[in-house]
Design a protein around this ligand. Structure first.
Ligand code: F6P
Length: 512
């Protein structure tokens, strides 16, 4: 660690820790100082998200320290590299150009991304117009970043009305694919094969089985029903997909950042092009904020300051996110890959060991369900868990407004209770009924949960993840940690490999 970074961490660690109650009492301006809005559009298209970080322990002394740390870690330089298409993914020697998909990046990359998206739009429009016959269903096979984003967006945006009924299948467990088959009519089904590398065993096996299902059910040209979404178009051609139905994307767009590329095809087909475009536009607004706002005023960076504080100073091993919105039920799954695959590292970008804990375990669920399941631990358990709440002011339902009112009041009450603590016993003395309080939370309050908001929320978390990585000196864009297990599985498939006694016994018990 550089001397400047060491000094910044010393300053951060020397800030006297105060309780949330003390922090609120000391500064009447606290809510305003630690809340910020990112907003877009006007009149009918107007929207925004309020990011309230006031119920975290972040305060001026800590923010000074973290701003010094950001300077010592050259956050400004790293951000510049990210947003101009420099080779920020040093271990793989390439850029990380997901923002180019949304219009921010190296000019040539932005142009290439726009051309590829225009091509995708043409295919989406053609399918909607009947060029591939009557299309009612899409089975999208992909895994990790090639599935989690589309799955989240489809679940969030197509509940009322789907132009095409989309089934995202990721697991190699045939149960998943069989379930999709059950729901689809082969005569009106397309198959999207989504894989950046077009080599991932789960996806390629699922793709073959989907083709076999089409053939077995009277589809005369199964390959003609396949759309390939990939950064390896040659492999898609080899697989038998006609070039007119291959939607390539740039190698420099990482798997878990690829929703914005042709991997978003099922979103455009299912929710409509306008919705997909609105999602990109929402993300672009956050890109601009991230590019322009400095220091603590930069909301993803400010969130990363709090994340670093809880992980490295308070040694919290997990962070939880609860969406008080049924439509964001898959958001924690999406975040898990984004945060844990990006920042779950033990060496820095230069190969030296990290200086402390890296990404905490991201977990979560939906409110209010989670209140009746896991919140006990948040309120009274021995682990300190920083919590994020996400909610929408506008309801997603048309039922009695009581539903949404109760949803929101519960969301806000949980944050308040985590912070306040107290004792539920009449005499205030029963230890079993005591709540310690002083437990941190942040709230993201959306005006509405539409496509632009979803795009903005995802982009916010991409930049928050990047900012965390910069503060820790790690490269968030590689994922070598997933390789060893894959290799061992391949060894077993090939009938080779050297294994421990336990694994050998398991293989034998399963007849493998
Ligand atoms: O195994 C991890 C991973 O490489 C992810 O990073 C990626 O999103 C996923 O596998 C799928 O890879 P692909 O899109 O190449 O099939």
């Amino acid at each position: 660690m550089s001397d400047a970074a060491t000094a910044a961490w010393k300053a951060i660690e020397s800030v006297e820790s105060k309780t949330l109650k003390e922090l609120f009492a000391a500064n009447p301006e606290r809510v305003a100082r630690l809340s910020g809005r990112i907003e877009w559009g006007s009149d009918e298209t107007a929207g925004g998200i309020l990011f309230d970080w006031s119920k975290t322990h972040i305060e001026d002394g800590l923010l000074d320290g973290f701003e010094a740390l950001a300077e010592a870690m050259d956050f400004t330089g790293a951000r510049e590299k990210l947003l101009t298409g420099a080779k920020i993914n040093v271990t793989e020697g390439r850029a990380a150009e997901h923002t180019a998909q949304r219009g921010t990046g190296a000019e040539a990359s932005v142009e290439e991304a726009q051309a590829l998206l225009a091509r995708m739009k043409m295919l989406v429009d053609a399918i909607h117009d009947g060029a591939l016959g009557d299309v009612k269903h899409l089975i999208h096979v992909g895994i990790g970043g090639s599935a989690l984003g589309p799955k989240l967006a489809i679940d969030a945006l197509t509940r009322d009305l789907a132009k095409v009924d989309v089934h995202v299948v990721s697991n190699i467990d045939g149960v998943a694919l069989e379930q999709a088959f059950e729901a689809c009519d082969p005569a009106t089904t397309l198959v999207a094969v989504a894989s950046k590398t077009f080599t991932t065993i789960e996806t390629m096996t699922n793709a073959q089985s989907a083709l076999a299902w089409l053939a077995d059910n009277g589809v005369s040209d199964p390959s003609g029903r396949v759309i390939a979404l990939t950064a390896n178009p040659e492999a898609a051609v080899e697989f038998g997909v006609d070039e007119t139905r291959i939607l390539p994307f740039m190698e420099s767009v990482g798997g878990r950042y690829s929703l914005w590329s042709s991997i978003g095809f099922p979103v455009a087909l299912g929710a409509g092009w306008d919705e997909f475009e609105a999602m990109l536009a929402g993300a672009q607004v956050v890109d601009r904020h991230f590019a322009e706002a400095e220091g603590r005023a930069n909301l993803p960076l400010r969130a990363a300051f709090a994340d670093q504080y809880y992980t490295r100073v308070r040694r919290c091993q997990t962070r939880a996110v609860f969406a008080y919105d049924e439509r964001l039920g898959l958001f924690p799954d999406y975040l898990q890959q984004l945060e844990m695959e990006s920042n779950g590292k033990r060496v820095k970008a230069d190969g030296s060991p990290v200086d402390g804990p890296t990404a905490p375990i991201t977990w979560g669920g939906v409110g209010t369900d989670a209140q009746h399941a896991v919140f006990q631990l948040l309120h009274q358990g021995t682990n300190l868990v920083p919590v994020d709440f996400i909610a929408s002011i506008a309801p997603g339902d048309m039922l009695d407004p009581a539903h949404h009112r109760i949803l929101l009041t519960n969301c806000f009450a949980q944050g308040a209770a985590l912070m306040a603590g107290g004792n539920m016993a009449a005499d205030g003395k029963d230890p079993a009924r005591a709540f310690p309080g002083d437990r941190p939370s942040a709230t993201m309050l959306c005006d509405d949960l539409d496509a632009a908001t979803l795009g903005a929320l995802i982009a916010f978390h991409e930049h928050r993840t990047f900012a965390n990585a910069v503060l820790m000196g790690i490269n968030p864009f590689d994922q070598f940690g997933v390789e060893l297990g894959k290799k061992m599985a391949k060894d077993i498939e090939a009938g080779g490999g050297e294994f421990d006694a336990s694994t050998k016994a398991l293989l034998e018990a399963a007849g493998l």
